[in-house]
Design a protein around this ligand. Structure first.
Ligand SMILES: Cc1cc2nc3c(=O)[nH]c(=O)nc-3n(C[C@H](O)[C@H](O)[C@H](O)COP(=O)(O)OP(=O)(O)OC[C@H]3O[C@@H](n4cnc5c(N)ncnc54)[C@H](O)[C@@H]3O)c2cc1C
Length: 267
């Protein structure tokens, strides 16, 4: 006779191990995936890891935070660690970087960026949503103080501080795409004189040239200097900490700060 060991035959409840879902990256993709999964399944354990200090923040609002259109930084935060815990029973580890994946052992290694400690976390399902990183071309001067990308809340905080502390009056935005133009709009709002350096002969490369012309005219009417059809060659520092953006043509554009908005790469 076959021995019956399941919970029905013994009358005992056998505790089923909870499935464990780990999510790498806790912004738009990772956070919404985790929240959706919780709505579909209340039983799984869900843990989010993000190497940044925040999860679920509104990247789209960052230029407007620089421009003071959004003045309260907390309005950029769509959800917090506490909210994920209380509302969704999802555990969030910020400032925790996932450094490796062992697929055969179904485990990841994570490093707590505050303490430097590493540990292993087992998973049943692993979701990768690490997003992208701004491109910093390997050109001289792109790492100088005063040269910024716009990707995170700390990035926009640094730009705001730089403008305030230096009483910045001029900016060069490298890249005339979506993020570059949002930065132009917001720097004008802060009353800076702005020059756009764009390698292609028009703004907003995805648009037909006929559509981009009125956009350029509108920006020119707001006082924006357009330097189109010319790429970035290097950035130099002047005495006193202001910057010179040198274009491939040799043109020299003076600025108190430089925004690099020339696209993203995979992380
Ligand atoms: C300034 C700006 C304005 C934008 N405006 C708009 C807009 O108006 N409309 C629109 O549709 N889109 C806009 N976007 C784009 C939109 O924000 C992105 O498409 C979206 O954020 C992508 O989400 P994601 O979760 O894939 O990646 P991300 O937002 O990049 O999030 C990935 C997260 O994963 C973390 N991570 C990466 N690797 C690891 C690791 N190894 N360990 C732990 N954590 C890790 C990162 O730190 C990051 O926090 C804008 C983006 C920016 C920067």
């Amino acid at each position: 006779m076959i021995q019956q060991t399941d919970s029905q035959s013994t009358g005992l409840q056998t505790a089923k191990p909870r499935r464990r879902v780990l999510v790498v990256g806790g912004v738009a993709g990772g956070a919404s995936c985790a929240a959706r999964l919780r709505r579909l399944d209340e039983s799984v354990e869900i843990v989010i890891f993000d190497r940044g200090p925040y999860v679920s923040f509104a990247n789209c609002g960052l230029p407007y935070y620089v421009g003071n259109v959004i003045s309260d930084e907390s309005r950029l935060l769509v959800a917090s660690r506490e909210m994920f815990h209380e509302r969704f029973n999802i555990e969030v580890h910020t400032e925790t970087e996932v450094t490796s994946i062992d697929r055969s052992a179904c485990a990841i290694t994570v490093r707590d960026l505050r303490t430097g400690e590493t540990r292993t976390e087992p998973y049943d399902v692993l979701v990768l949503s690490p997003g992208a990183a701004p491109i910093r071309p390997p050109l001289p001067g792109v790492d100088l103080p005063g040269v910024f990308a716009v990707r995170t809340i700390p990035d926009s905080r640094r730009i705001r501080s730089w403008i305030a502390e230096r009483s910045a009056k001029t900016a060069v935005v490298v890249g005339g795409g979506f993020i570059g133009l949002e930065m132009v709009e917001n720097l004008i709002h802060r009353e800076l004189a702005v020059t756009v350096l764009e390698k292609l002969p028009q703004l907003m490369p995805p648009l037909d040239p006929e559509m981009a012309v009125p956009l350029g005219e509108h920006l020119a009417s707001k006082g924006v200097q357009l330097h189109l059809g010319d790429g970035l060659a290097r950035i130099e520092e002047r005495d006193g900490g202001s910057l010179i953006v040198v274009a491939e043509s040799g043109a020299r554009l003076f600025a108190d700060l430089v925004i690099l908005a020339i696209g993203v790469r995979l992380v």
